[in-house]
Design a protein around this ligand. Structure first.
Ligand code: FES
Length: 132
């Protein structure tokens, strides 16, 4: 396990923002068919800023650490800023990941993008609902 940085191990042992958000503004559910890991990301958005983010991950240590880090990274960011958070940024914030574990950070990026897409879809719906 020395292949993992201190920070990865720390987020794996003590993950931040575990759980579910009630009435979330966006949900992203993704899975990797090869390893079978599953990640769910929930976001709360107010005035275009992510005020809260939580996750539930059934997966490897790196999947848990990247989920934890991505929730930390996006809190306080605008939706547009969060869109730009890449899997590399997540991995870098964790002090790097072993090459065979980079796909775990990809899962975190995908979950985030899906949650943001979901948020945007819901917002459009709400707006068109109002206009009607
Ligand atoms: Fe697949 Fe980590 S081994 S997400």
């Amino acid at each position: 396990m020395e292949a993992y940085s201190e920070k990865v191990m720390e987020h794996f042992r003590n993950p931040r923002n575990v759980g579910e958000i009630e009435n979330p503004d966006g949900i992203g559910k993704v899975g990797n068919p090869v390893c079978g890991d599953i990640m769910e990301l929930y976001i709360k958005v107010k005035d275009n800023v992510i005020t809260d983010a939580k996750f539930k991950t059934f997966g490897c240590g790196a999947a848990i650490a990247t989920s934890s880090m991505v929730t930390e990274l996006v809190k306080g960011k605008t939706v547009d800023e969060a869109m730009k958070v890449s899997n590399r940024a997540v991995a870098e914030a964790l002090g790097g990941l072993p090459p065979i574990k980079m796909h775990c950070s990809v899962l975190a990026e995908e979950a985030l993008k899906k949650a943001l897409d979901d948020y945007q879809r819901r917002t459009v719906k709400k707006l068109s609902g109002k206009a009607a």
